[in-house]
Write a protein that binds this ligand. Structure first.
Ligand SMILES: O=P(O)(O)OP(=O)(O)OP(=O)(O)OC[C@H]1O[C@@H](n2cnc3c(O)ncnc32)[C@H](O)[C@@H]1O
Ligand SMILES: [Mg+2]
Length: 171
């Protein structure tokens, strides 16, 4: 199985490789434009980014599947503050499916910086004095003391978006 991932971020590529390992995929990283702002600020924008990445990665290669992953922040009904959300999309050409990953409430200090126009990756690096946390454990790792991490969290979204292609229940 050949899978194209619409990102060169190693955590996104690893999330796909790990989640789909049962199918022994050959995974290719393709740098594509997400078609949404670098920091999506709603579920709509986050899902659109994931879908654009999946379609563009699929079209740029001869892979069986294109996968897109996008992180965003959003104010969610019933949840205080600002949340980090992550969505995946998968396409095989004719069909496009999406699925969500875990949601984390962001600390108020982070939320304030995002509301002032910041981007989560750089804001987290600045506050944590790290470099490139978005390409390693991610906010999901830092904010859970390592109970999960960005690769695992994104992997859950990949599983949810990929399921409809391999089970019969959506036909
Ligand atoms: O190269 P790409 O694929 O764009 O990888 P990215 O890390 O920039 O990922 P996204 O564009 O999907 O994420 C949008 C923004 O949110 C940040 N972000 C998303 N999830 C994060 C996480 O778990 N930890 C830190 N930053 C995160 C990310 O760094 C961007 O500034
Ligand atoms: Mg990005």
């Amino acid at each position: 199985m050949n899978v194209a991932v619409g990102s060169t971020n190693p955590v996104k590529v690893a999330a796909v490789e790990r989640t789909l390992s049962r199918y022994e995929p050959t995974v290719t990283a393709v740098g594509v434009d997400s078609g949404v702002p670098e920091q999506p600020r709603s579920i709509d924008e986050t899902v659109a980014g994931a879908e654009n990445r999946a379609v563009r990665a699929f079209e740029a290669t001869d892979a069986d599947y294109g996968v897109g992953l996008e992180g965003g922040v959003a104010e969610l009904d019933g949840v205080p503050g600002l949340s980090l959300v992550m969505w995946a999309a998968v396409t095989d050409g004719p069909r496009l499916e999406c699925g969500g990953g875990p949601t984390l409430r962001l600390p108020d200090t982070v939320a304030e910086r995002l509301e002032a126009g910041g981007e989560l990756g750089p804001v987290m690096d600045d506050l944590l004095e790290t470099e490139g946390v978005a390409t390693s454990e991610g906010a999901a790792g830092v904010l859970t003391d390592g109970l999960t991490d960005r690769t695992r969290a994104l992997g859950e979204a990949v599983a949810c978006a990929f399921g409809p292609f391999v089970v019969g229940h959506y036909e």
